[in-house]
Design a protein around this ligand. Structure first.
Ligand SMILES: [Zn+2]
Ligand SMILES: [Zn+2]
Length: 336
């Protein structure tokens, strides 16, 4: 089985045959059809998450995928050979207080594909049945690759904020920022503002959800007027804009990975009754909830618009080069 292998020293990918591992009880072998690139991968490659990486020399990245089940191990129920599936990046233990209480994303024992074990930028992936979801027949493999992470994380962040939103600021128009905009528009949010420096992503945000672009020159037009803000950029400068955009009682959701520390102005939080939410992964059940909204057409399936580029597995270096340049939306590897 061909895998893409990223070497931390050489900072380069190569293709290699790592062989097919034996399936343990409860595991399935998935023939990967599509595997998406994610901003988290760039942090892994840069070494920001080195303490969590399963092999310090090299890694098979990828945690947003779709595929077809090729083989099932013992004790696999509900899934069989030939099923079209997508999966969660997070492998929760299923036993702890959090898992049993509907907060699998809080599980202390969870593993993550493409970080704590080999990921999906490969021809095959071994996955426990607990991470699998059925891919509906009307959703293609490429768009389906966004369901288990990008879309579910954005949906979870919107649920974390909760309540009715009218004026929202999204910081950063990368794949997560674009997905938030797409979902918020579907949920009827009237005004969605975006702060994003890159012209390519500004244009995408305008096309996908009619984003109004905010820059330093027109920031006053939204200052202290937004009921919610979503930080997806990882820029400390924009964090400050997020707080300035919020009206009293406003809420800020943080979805970005930022290795740098940000000094929190607690007086501002207190005086203006602001709330800050961290968002990490999502509870398993929320995916099923989201899939129902999609199926009942309460949310339009515009996922395709978020994907701007696709590459073959062998062109993975080119794919990450483009992704790193930010002249793109979501980038997906197509696996033949
Ligand atoms: Zn991801
Ligand atoms: Zn657990």
């Amino acid at each position: 089985m061909i895998s893409t292998i990223f070497n931390f020293k050489k900072k380069k990918f190569s293709l290699g045959d790592l062989g097919l591992p034996e399936l343990a009880a409860g595991e399935v072998l998935v023939k990967i059809k599509a595997s998406a690139l994610c901003g988290t991968d760039l942090h892994i490659m840069a070494g920001d998450l080195a303490d969590k990486v399963y092999d310090k020399r090299q890694i098979v990245l990828g945690h947003e995928w779709t595929g077809i089940i090729e083989a099932v191990g013992k004790k696999v129920v509900n899934f069989k050979k030939g099923d079209r599936v997508f999966g969660s990046p997070h492998i929760a233990c299923g036993q702890c207080e959090f898992c049993r209480g509907g907060h699998s994303n809080w599980c202390n024992k969870q593993g993550i594909f493409g970080l704590s074990r080999p990921g999906s930028h490969a021809e095959y992936l071994v996955a426990p049945q607990t991470v699998l979801f059925t891919l509906p027949p009307d959703i293609g493999f490429k768009e389906g690759a966004l369901l288990g992470d990008t879309i579910s994380i954005a949906y979870h962040a919107i649920k974390r904020i909760g309540g009715k939103m009218n004026r929202v600021l999204i910081l950063g128009a990368g794949p997560i920022g674009l997905t938030l905009g797409y979902l918020l528009k579907n949920f009827g949010v009237k005004e969605i503002f975006i702060m994003e420096k890159g012209a390519y992503r500004q244009r995408l945000a305008q096309e996908i959800f009619g984003a109004k672009i905010i820059e330093a020159s027109n920031f006053l037009s939204i200052r202290r007027t937004c009921d919610s803000a979503f930080e997806t950029s990882g820029s400390l400068e924009l964090m400050e804009s997020a707080f300035h955009s919020l009206r009293r009682g406003g809420k800020l959701a943080i979805l970005s990975i930022n290795p740098k520390k940000y000094p929190l102005d607690t007086l501002r939080l207190m005086y203006r009754e602001l709330a800050v939410f961290g968002c990490f992964g999502y509870p398993h059940e929320e995916v099923l909830e989201f899939m129902k909204l999609l199926e009942s057409k309460k949310i339009r399936n515009d996922i395709k618009k978020i994907i701007t580029h696709q590459f073959a597995l062998s062109d993975i270096d080119k794919a990450y080069e483009l992704f790193g340049s930010k002249e793109c939306g979501k980038v997906v590897l197509e696996v033949k």
